[in-house]
Design a protein around this ligand. Structure first.
Ligand SMILES: Nc1ncnc2c1ncn2[C@@H]1O[C@H](COP(=O)(O)OP(=O)(O)OP(=O)(O)O)[C@@H](O)[C@H]1O
Ligand SMILES: [Mg+2]
Length: 229
């Protein structure tokens, strides 16, 4: 397993938000973390990145215990995180944003531009002038510049027009074909279903379902209980 969470609890200050989350992703797998607003999807991804206080419970990346380790150490192990608020640098150009993400053993600018050809036409534009979809592509491209082996995407399709969502889904599918392991957080099944091998449903900080998309499709009561329709 490239990622393994076992009984993870997590907190914001005194607020206890995750109550024993267990999940795993094998190399090359796309798993989806589904659940309604406030269910604990982002907190789970932040826990993996060392951005919230965790304990008890353990988080392993590639067999290495990273529980409680600093974020920069976790990203150095090859974990890339695209947070839900798309933190591009508004004052920097597209090219400068990409350079910020660069690492010696990561992607080259050329590779990122070949992967997202639309960014090539925007290289000199400042981040703040981009559309939501362009910002999302740039955020993902910047994270890929770090050469992750495991990519955490937090609601990447949120707020994007349907045509942009389709383009984004196609790019994520291409990353999957390239062998990247991906954890995709999503509020609903529609975007995730074409991409994910398996899904977990989280509700109130607990995993309520884990299985294949086919198993989830066959279980209407679970979908109805825990997912936005
Ligand atoms: N910074 C914070 N401080 C305190 N509580 C927080 C904080 N961020 C989230 N929470 C709480 O933690 C719980 C889980 O939130 P989380 O952001 O993980 O949900 P989510 O599944 O990502 O929801 P959404 O679909 O809205 O992004 C919620 O009850 C939320 O109110
Ligand atoms: Mg969230």
């Amino acid at each position: 397993m490239i990622l393994e969470l076992a009984g993870v609890h997590a907190y914001y200050g005194r607020s206890h938000v995750l109550h024993g989350v267990s999940l795993a992703a094998a190399a090359g797998e796309v798993i989806s973390l589904l659940g309604r607003n406030g269910a604990g999807k982002s907190t789970t991804l932040k826990a993996i990145m060392g951005l919230v206080r965790v304990g008890p419970g353990t988080i392993h990346v590639d067999g290495r215990d990273v529980t409680g380790r600093p974020t920069r150490e976790i990203s150095r192990l090859g974990v890339g995180f695209v947070p839900e608020d798309r933190r591009i640098f508004a004052d920097l150009t597209v090219l400068e944003n990409l350079r910020v993400g660069a690492r010696r053993d990561g992607w080259t600018i050329e590779r990122a531009l070949d992967f997202f050809p639309m960014l090539r036409t925007l290289l000199g534009r400042r981040g703040e002038s981009l559309s939501g979809g362009e910002q999302q592509m740039l955020t993902i491209a910047r994270t890929l510049m770090g050469g992750p082996r495991l990519l955490l995407l937090d609601e990447p399709s949120e707020g994007l027009a349907p045509v942009v969502v389709r383009a984004l889904g196609e790019r994520i599918a291409a990353l999957k074909r390239g062998g990247l392991t991906i954890v995709l957080s999503e509020p609903n099944l529609q975007f995730a279903r074409r991409l994910a091998d398996r899904a977990y449903i989280i509700e109130k900080g607990e995993i309520r379902f884990g299985g294949t998309i086919a198993e989830l499709d066959a279980d209407e009561s679970v979908r109805r209980a825990y997912l936005a329709v």
